[in-house]
Design a protein around this ligand. Structure first.
Ligand SMILES: Nc1ncnc2c1ncn2[C@@H]1O[C@H](COP(=O)(O)OP(=O)(O)OP(=O)(O)O)[C@@H](O)[C@H]1O
Length: 309
């Protein structure tokens, strides 16, 4: 086995990319092990697409090192081994869907059967329709078919399910799971926390071009026992400051949405009984009580803030 075969699928170190005064990527470290799925999360403008485009070889970095299957990004030897699904498609507007896929397949040494891929991705009825007339979700599915038709060892999927209906999204999730089962490495960017939790072995949350947290979905959401949550519903507008004061130190109550309360902290039986008793004193019933770990979305918002970018 050559030395490059032992390297991770993607290895990024000290990566920097500037656009004028904007530092899109700021010393990023990233490692995708072979055969794993890595989900790259981050708010708008965090630098995800720039990072992926550097790994794909489309954008040159200002500093840092990147290897893809042990080779420099864009190396000609990578072309048949890497599948790319760029954000927002990337096909000739006039080309018919079926032609597009066959064209891409003709460049591969051992392509998948295009008819099979068209069926799997539910594109049979739109094969003869020009790319520009496909719906957004159909364009995305065609783009995914093009990324996969060459049986790649590594796939870059930049927001693959953006704009897809729930059926198409599930289909893509099944396909990604099947790729993983076949030993394909996948780097996926997404704004859907459920997508990351469902698919990823490893989640990397980035912001301002840097990694702010990484780990398995379970590690990111359960690591800290003091950060459990008790959720309940009750009449809107309860005094959360008073309830917080009634709870042990370290517990904190917020009204996440009208009538939806979240107690964050170490949730033990005493905390649950204090909450229900306190609600009873206010003459309200705490309903749909649920004790669980933080969601990935909670972790994401905590790390990257709630303001719009
Ligand atoms: N070609 C470019 N020229 C100038 N600035 C750019 C260019 N590409 C990206 N940027 C800037 O770099 C930063 C990172 O952008 P990038 O597209 O990588 O973010 P992202 O995390 O993929 O965002 P989104 O979730 O919105 O897709 C942004 O501030 C963006 O405006």
């Amino acid at each position: 086995m050559s030395e490059s075969e032992n390297r991770p699928a993607v290895e990024v170190s000290g990566l920097v990319k500037r656009y004028g005064s904007t530092t899109a990527v700021d010393g990023l470290e990233l490692r995708l092990a072979r055969g794993q799925v890595l989900a790259l999360l981050g708010p708008n403008g965090a630098g995800k697409t720039t990072t992926v485009e550097i790994c794909e070889g489309f954008v040159k970095p200002d500093a840092g090192s990147v290897t893809v299957l042990g080779l420099p990004p864009g190396d000609a030897a990578l072309r048949p081994r890497v599948g790319v699904m760029p954000q927002g498609g990337g096909a000739y507007p006039g080309v018919r869907a079926g032609e597009m896929l066959r064209l891409v397949a003709s460049c591969a040494a051992r392509p998948l059967a295009t008819g099979w891929l068209i069926d799997v991705l539910g594109l049979g009825s739109v094969q003869r329709i020009p790319y520009k007339r496909l719906s957004g979700g159909q364009q995305q599915r065609l783009s995914l078919a093009c990324a996969l038709v060459g049986r790649p060892e590594l796939v870059f999927l930049d927001e693959p399910t953006a704009g897809m209906d729930p059926q198409a999204r599930r289909l893509v999730w099944d396909l990604v799971a099947a790729l993983r089962a076949d030993g394909v490495s996948v780097l996926i960017t997404t704004h859907l926390m459920e997508e990351a939790e469902t698919l990823a072995d490893q989640v990397v949350i980035m912001d301002h071009g840097q990694v702010v947290a990484e780990g398995t979905p379970a590690q990111l959401t359960t690591e800290d026992p003091d950060c459990q949550q008790l959720r309940f519903k009750a009449r809107g507008g309860l005094d959360t400051t008073l309830l917080t004061a009634a709870l042990p130190e370290g517990c904190h109550v917020t009204e996440a949405a009208l009538g939806m309360y979240v107690v964050t902290g170490r949730v033990d039986p005493q905390v649950v009984s204090t909450v229900t008793a306190w609600c009873a004193q206010q003459g309200v019933l705490a309903e749909e009580l649920n004790v669980g770990r933080r969601s990935l979305e909670d972790v994401f918002l905590e790390l990257t803030g709630r303001e719009l970018r």
